[in-house]
Design a protein around this ligand. Structure first.
Ligand SMILES: [Zn+2]
Length: 433
């Protein structure tokens, strides 16, 4: 594969992989044994039922077979020789949390990393840690009392698996809190933040509630440094600060940082949600503070087809001016014996949306809310054409699906109603944690 030289006057092409949830024990085509809703293991002595499994994957609680991931890498190699780099936003291990161990989870990341390096040897990769990657699941100690010397076993092992990706001067920081910064092209910094420290199900956040893992303090420093140097920033992490799973106080302070360094953060890339969607982060007077791109999962878990994203980043503004989602029809692949990766949509040609500034994304949200056909496309794309009749999305579903395109300060706007303006009085019963 011949790659383009680092011509700074051209746009940047980025591939976004997320929530691979690879299952190295996927039993393959044939009978799968079920246990606690997971039906993919060939060897499961506690099995309580059996189901038919597809060769290329299955949505019945299963992770992605390794050969499906290899097929994706081969497709990327052949179809996107001009990719500049990959952002990989975590959750590499499967959902079989009760079968996992520290060694097994690290081995999964190791195997997947080696496959990427073998298939795409010249492509830089910027990885973030997902809540499913650690053992026990979700538990990231963030306080100094627990981390102690600054070397946490999980980050220390990952730093060695990802040594090609993490610059030498960033290794110690990564070994402590799992974050780092790179500068892939002139004028752009990628800040890999660890938002597992804002996750409500990380019980360690109860030990250090003000700023678990010091991520906000670190982000403040990094944004100041980028701003002083005149650089723009792309954030890469697993959980979006706009996610309802993120601590309310954390989201509040995160939005304050976006406001403080307005114009510095040009794009944000996250996973965790599995849906193909985006969030517009809005401050006072409907000023857009940022756009979060929530990448589609490779895993079909929660009934969606495997997918990945491509972004075109403008050479000068460093904003995402076009995005595409590519998908594979899992039922078709299992029927025909081979996956076919195709473009699902392109924001410019299919949505007729060509943003010039971050503010334009707010108008796009209004269009999706207003235009019936646009909303139905958006809803269908979220699951990558997983068969669901349009009428399955009733009024409540519709409100929820358009509401969660907007993120406002949760201290000022209440919970699930964040997209609506509510007075502080109306918010008074809101649970702040
Ligand atoms: Zn996930």
């Amino acid at each position: 594969m011949v790659r383009r030289s680092k011509d700074l006057s051209r746009d940047v092409k980025v591939i976004h992989l997320t929530d691979l949830h690879v299952d190295r024990d996927y039993s393959g085509a044939g009978k799968g044994k079920c246990f606690l809703g997971i039906c993919c293991k060939s060897t499961n002595e506690t099995s309580d039922a059996q189901v038919d499994l597809g060769e290329w994957g299955d949505a019945q609680g299963c992770g992605v077979p390794l050969h499906t991931f290899q097929n994706l890498l081969q497709h990327i190699n052949e179809s996107h020789p001009d990719v500049d780099y990959i952002v990989w936003t975590g959750d590499t291990a499967a959902h079989d949390s009760w079968f996992q161990s520290p060694a097994a989870n690290l081995e999964t990341v190791h195997v997947v990393t080696e496959l990427i390096q073998k298939a795409l040897p010249d492509v830089p990769v910027y990885p973030a840690v997902g809540n499913h990657d650690i053992f026990p699941i979700n538990q990231f100690p963030g306080s100094d009392e627990v981390v102690g010397s600054g070397d946490f076993w999980f980050y220390k092992s990952l730093a060695s698996i990802w040594k090609e990706y993490i610059p030498e001067d960033q290794v110690q920081g990564f070994r402590t809190y799992g974050n780092f910064v790179v500068r892939p092209v002139e004028g752009l910094r990628i800040v890999v933040l660890n938002t597992n420290y804002c996750y409500k199900f990380n019980w360690f956040t109860y030990l250090d509630h003000s700023d678990p893992g010091k991520q906000l303090e670190w982000l403040d420093r990094e944004l100041k440094s980028a701003s002083d140097a005149g650089d723009h920033v792309h954030l890469v992490s697993h959980i979006s600060p706009g996610d309802e799973d993120c601590l309310v106080t954390w989201t509040h302070h995160f939005l304050r940082l976006l406001h403080k360094y307005r114009g510095v953060v040009k794009a944000q890339f996250y996973g965790h949600d599995h849906d193909d969607r985006f969030q517009v982060m809005v401050g006072d007077n409907d000023t857009v503070l940022g756009v979060a791109f929530l990448g589609p999962s490779l895993t079909p878990l929660r009934k969606m087809n495997p997918a990945y994203r491509i972004y075109t980043v403008d050479a000068h503004s460093k904003e995402v001016k076009m995005l595409e989602t590519w998908w594979m029809d899992l039922a078709e692949a299992n029927r025909k014996g081979k996956p076919a990766w195709r473009r699902l949509y392109n924001t410019v040609t299919d949505y007729r949306f060509r943003p010039f500034t971050l503010q334009d994304w707010l108008g796009f949200v209004d269009d999706v809310r207003r235009e019936e056909s646009l909303f139905l496309d958006y809803y269908r794309h979220k699951s990558r054409n997983w068969p669901r009749p349009p009428e399955s999305c009733n009024e409540t579903c519709r409100t929820l699906n358009t509401c969660n395109m907007i993120v406002r300060d949760p201290i000022k706007y209440c919970g699930a109603e964040r997209c609506k303006t509510k007075s502080p009085e109306e918010c008074k019963d809101f649970d702040y944690y």
